[in-house]
Design a protein around this ligand. Structure first.
Ligand SMILES: [Zn+2]
Length: 472
């Protein structure tokens, strides 16, 4: 197994070297941080946004199963789908397509900051040296971790759950398909993760989908949607978004929205920039196209494990620390949004190992539930999340705490025997800056973002090389 992993990684890195060069190609009213409210720009009157797109069902909700019908099962055939006339997967999509040009015409470019298009080194690393990080004029996360835009009509990036104890379960880069015949890896492609979440109590997650993956694996996207997961955008070809021109940004976002709409019938109001690479120019375009940015506050570095640039011990250590902090009553400031991936056998295995432990300490919810937003899509809501883990309010927590204290007095054995048992909230407000801020992908000082970039790019290129052969 390790031999296989090692060989495939070597191949991926080799492919990357080729890939990196080839793929590089004042009516401001909206102050609210509630993404369910309307903006004065483009995507304000759904279903006008992408209204002409043919969807698999008249109402996407008919694709969603009732809770009783959600069960572990193999992937089903794709339903009512066309998905034609899309750009090639995992390549920078063209900007001269009439559909993209139509979107470009609708945006109010006077409201998009004139931030420079960033550059990358020949190795694919972001150039941040020339940026004025002290003043941070464009709130460039990759340089400063800025999440509060300088542009006043754009809300702050979402990066954590407000309520302590909430765990905004989410995964990037799906839906995950293995385009090789390696049975060891094949068994980890979807619906493996989706079945696991059902086994753990029909947990719901937020899935940041790559448009190219949705186009080539729509049956997995439909399955996830039918299981009640929330689908957000993660761009068409997974680039550093600040290195793209305005038109290229529109194209990356447009094709992804269209693929998701055609596959499952909804238009997400949410997206995550690959590598967290976002500034106010990118934010403004995404916002006008109807999407709010979601980042994270707990980086598992699972992607680095998959790229073999970090040890399993280190990654396991992160999860262990998070669980222990919460259990020790030292994680009470707010809940969390982790960064995890459904993009390899390594990352899926990590979830299988750690999610049961996380469940003992945290309330597992999709991101929109933890931020109290019942409208993740432009199509009419409200959308119910039906989380298996009921949100426990403060009164219940207090009661639970007392019960647990009583139990502990009489016995200190099985205090966390219940999968959903919660550790009580105390008064300790220690702020513990977790390790992710030392190793955030896309952070220039981390030295690991390049590896992340290489791994993601090469994995995807590798995958789509097979995909193309397969589809053609
Ligand atoms: Zn990603």
């Amino acid at each position: 197994m390790y031999l296989t992993i090692s060989l495939s990684s070597t191949l991926l890195f080799t492919l990357t070297a080729v890939a990196t060069s080839a793929t590089n190609d004042e009516q401001v009213q909206h102050q609210s941080s509630d993404s369910s409210q309307t903006s004065p720009y483009l995507a304000v009157s759904s279903p006008a946004w992408l209204a002409d797109i043919k969807t698999p069902f008249e109402d996407a909700r008919s694709l969603a199963l009732s809770e009783e019908d959600i069960m572990v099962r193999p992937l089903e055939k794709v339903k009512n789908l066309q998905l034609t006339n899309f750009p090639p997967p995992m390549r920078a999509p063209p900007v001269d397509d009439p559909e993209v040009q139509a979107v470009i015409k609708q945006l109010d470019w006077s409201q998009v900051p004139d931030a420079p298009v960033r550059t990358a080194t020949p190795d694919g690393e972001l150039n941040v040296e020339s940026y004025n990080s002290e003043e941070d004029p464009h709130c460039w996360w990759s340089s400063t971790l800025c999440k509060t835009p300088k542009v006043n009509y754009i809300p702050e990036d979402i990066s954590y759950c407000p309520r302590a104890g909430d765990w905004g379960l989410n995964y990037d880069d799906g839906p995950y398909r293995v385009w090789s015949d390696d049975e060891n890896e094949k068994e980890y492609e979807e619906p493996r993760l989706y079945n696991f979440l059902i086994e753990q109590g029909k947990l719901k997650a937020t899935l940041f989908y790559i448009g190219s993956n949705v186009m080539t694996f729509p049956e997995a996207a439909q399955r996830a949607f039918s299981d009640g997961h929330t689908i957000c955008s993660h761009t068409w070809s997974h680039p550093y978004m600040t290195t793209l021109t305005n038109e290229q940004i529109v194209s990356e976002l447009y094709w992804t929205q269209k693929a998701i709409k055609e596959a499952v019938g909804v238009t997400p109001k949410c997206w995550r920039p690959p590598f967290g690479d976002i500034d106010d120019r990118v934010r403004a375009i995404a916002w006008q196209m109807g999407m709010r940015s979601i980042l994270w506050d707990r980086d598992s570095n699972d992607w680095a494990l998959a790229a073999q640039s970090i040890s399993a011990n280190t990654v396991n250590g992160y999860f262990k620390e998070w669980v222990e902090l919460r259990a020790a009553d030292q994680d009470n400031e707010h809940g969390h949004i982790p960064l995890q991936h459904e993009s390899s056998n390594h990352t899926i295995m990590l979830t299988e190992k750690w999610l049961p432990n996380i469940q003992k300490q945290f309330n597992i919810v999709p991101i929109h539930e933890c931020i109290g937003d019942s409208s993740p899509y432009w199509e009419d809501g409200p959308w119910e999340y039906k989380s298996a883990n009921k949100i426990i309010d403060e009164a219940n927590r207090e009661q639970q705490r007392e019960e647990e204290e009583d139990e502990n007095e009489s016995s200190n054995s099985d205090s966390d025997s219940s999968p959903n048992s919660r550790i009580a909230i105390g008064s300790n407000n220690n702020k513990t800056l977790s390790k992710e801020h030392q190793n955030i992908p896309g952070t220039p000082s981390s030295g690991v973002s390049l590896i992340h970039s290489i791994f993601i790019d090469s994995t995807l290129l590798f995958s789509f090389t097979f995909a193309f052969i397969f589809l053609n």
